[in-house]
Design a protein around this ligand. Structure first.
Ligand SMILES: Nc1ncnc2c1ncn2[C@@H]1O[C@H](COP(=O)(O)OP(=O)(O)OP(=O)(O)O)[C@@H](O)[C@H]1O
Ligand SMILES: [Mg+2]
Length: 284
């Protein structure tokens, strides 16, 4: 993909005259984020990550404001997925993997020994690149599987949660007549919205999305992007993407990783439109 071509110094090659910088206003019918200062929701301090002896993230310092969308971009292998997996302590689930440094959520270090990991991963939900609904479960049960696992059984309340969550991911009208059929009968884009519904059903505060639209067709991609914009009213969102136009469209802040280091972090509108730094065909 040409968006991720790397120049020798690790600069991302946005071709001179490319539309990346200019499409943003037109392609964002919803406009800019409200001018109100956002509270910091997540902060990382000296966050490093290792696979065995290999250090793949290098002392990342980032502040992620509440109710904003942060895009994480950079070439393949630079540590984007690892970074967001450190934000809900999924990185350490890989044998031999470990982290150093701190990640605070609402001011509390999630790496402190008191952290309840099940609760943490409920509060910081994750959506993956390939939609993976539970194949043996119905659409309905895919939404509430997390709640049912915690022993929540009230049918009326579950019905309400299924309806409101599917409405919030703009899937309700497409599936309301077949809630008890297999989730596998849905299209890829519908399955991805279902997976987002599954995460939302347990009432998280933060959504981590690892290339959530990269396996989808353009129309489904637009739906996911519109959804991200809607969801930021209630959630703080961190999205990894290889699609620079998508980063420009959906995010308020952008972080550019290169070889495990955060080399640039700032307001998306500045990163994508400041002529002296970026339009000359360089991005970094
Ligand atoms: N399970 C693993 N074991 C060992 N090394 C790994 C593992 N997963 C990733 N790595 C290495 O960690 C580094 C960062 O990988 P990561 O998956 O975070 O990159 P990425 O930026 O998400 O790449 P992509 O854009 O291809 O998804 C890479 O050098 C990769 O080879
Ligand atoms: Mg990745």
């Amino acid at each position: 993909m040409d968006e991720t071509q790397i120049l020798p110094k690790g600069r991302m090659n946005l071709k001179p005259g490319s539309t990346h910088a200019f499409d943003r206003e037109k392609s964002r019918p919803w406009g800019e984020a409200p001018a109100l200062p956002a509270e910091p929701k997540i902060e990382t301090q000296g966050l490093s990550a290792y696979f065995g002896p290999a250090k793949v993230l290098n002392e990342i310092k980032m502040t992620i404001p509440a109710n904003r969308v942060v895009a994480i971009i950079g070439p393949s292998g630079c540590g984007k997925s690892t970074f967001i997996r450190c934000l809900n302590r999924m990185h350490e689930l890989i044998p031999g993997a470990r982290t150093e440094g701190a990640v605070t959520l609402d001011g509390k270090n999630i790496y402190s020994p008191e952290t309840d990991l099940v609760d943490l991963r409920r509060r910081i939900g994750m959506v993956f690149q390939r939609p993976a609904p539970f194949p043996t479960l119905s659409i309905y049960d895919n939404v509430v599987v997390g709640l049912k696992l915690t022993g929540f059984k009230k049918k009326e309340a579950l019905n309400e949660i299924v309806e409101s969550t599917l409405k919030s991911v703009v899937l309700w009208d497409e599936v309301k007549g077949r809630l008890h059929r297999s989730a596998l009968a849905l299209s890829g884009g519908q399955q991805q919205r279902l997976c987002i519904a599954r995460v939302l059903a347990v009432n998280p505060k933060i959504l981590l999305m690892d290339e959530p639209a990269s396996a989808l067709d353009p129309l489904s991609t637009i739906k996911i992007e519109e959804l991200i914009h809607e969801l930021k009213r209630n959630y703080t969102i961190v999205i990894v993407t290889h699609n620079m136009q998508q980063a420009a469209r959906v995010s308020d802040y952008t972080g550019y990783f290169y070889l495990g280091t955060l080399v640039e972090f700032g307001e998306t509108k500045k990163i994508f439109t400041t002529p002296e730094d970026y339009i000359t065909g360089r991005f970094g």
